[in-house]
Design a protein around this ligand. Sequence first.
Ligand code: FES
Ligand code: FE
Length: 442
Amino acid sequence: MSSYTDQQLAEMVRDECVHRSLYTDPEIFELEMERIWGRAWIYVGHESQIPEPGDYFTTEVARQPVILIRHRDGSFKVLFNRCAHKGSKVLENPSGNARFIRCGYHGWIYHTDGTCRTVTGGKAAYGNSDSGCPQPDLDLKPLPRAASYRGFVFASLAGDGPELEPWLGATAASFDNMADRSPEGELEVTGGVLRYRHDSNWKFFVENLNDMMHAMIAHQSSAQTAQRMGQQLFGDGQAPAAIQILSPFASDANFFEKMGIHAFDHGHSYSGGKISIHSAYSEIPEYTEAMEAAYGPERTREIFSLNRHNTVVYPSFTLKGAIQTIRVVKPVAVDETIIESWTFRLKGAPDELLRRSILYCNLINSSANLVGPDDHENYHRIQHGLKTQGDDWISMHRYLDADEPNDEGGRSATGSSDMVFRNQFKAWKAYMTGANGAGTGR
Ligand code: FES
Ligand code: FE
């Protein structure tokens, strides 16, 4: 039972600032797990991770262990990873293949759609009293809702609410663009996962991805060094991919303002669109040829012209279409978050594209490299700064009344506006107080 009333929660989010407790109070974090992560569509995994019947992938939705598994009829299932007998996790490995799922404790066996095949010792031995606890339901339980968009599987712990595609809204085009960059229109998860544990609240990460003010400051030393080295060593010639990837983070304020930010219902957003940090990478001619052979020159140009920087599908998922990488948010505690970074191969594209994506992930997302640690350090500092009594309120004032409606049903603003944060907290407030819809804009 929460000690916060809906009204108290609502009062913690003002139009242009939020109360620091939203990042520091464990009770609010638990309420978020129930009311935001328990209601929204949460990313589970990609269908390419389970191509064959029996293939499975284990993960978490709102801290609850779940299984994504391919059933023998070709459909996928998202099941709670909890034996119907005494509750043991039935699958422990991160991924694998199972013809049947057999619980390691007492040996109950399940089909790949979660239905029970065998109860050890026979079902008849399980008696019933009139105490109100009926004979156990013998199946592994599915999550109330699961759906896939372009192979990206989301599930919801809530039985009702908008369907996945309308809920994604304008961000669906980011998934489309990422998949359409494959000459075959399909993506495939490659390699393993880069997984980092941050000592900070999950919201810092989903805010930061479309924070266009921080890149040129927080990443100044690494990006400017790359720029300088590029100039010294290669002049106006073509610099290696690592230099091309790092240098734009040191672009001037004007560049980031022009990239712009765009906010939508349910807290979703993206930055860039026409231009982004990724738009100036050198072409790979074989790739352009493969794309033109598949789509024709005009459609290929159209696909390449969409350059969204980061898309945030609030609260759990972010993607970079032009780089074929996603980052997945897994809250652990009020001050602890796991971020996973996954890389995709564009089916039918030259390997050089995949090399670029892996390089990008290593250079930018990895915590053992040049850009990610800047962000991690800043999340750490904010989490600790907010422990002080310096001020109870966190500013989201920037360009308060300067956003405009866009033709995708959301609102757009100059890059350094705080509009995306205001929009996320508008959604936060709607989820947390049970208000209908999660609106757009200020
Ligand atoms: Fe799974 Fe007993 S807990 S069979
Ligand atoms: Fe950053």
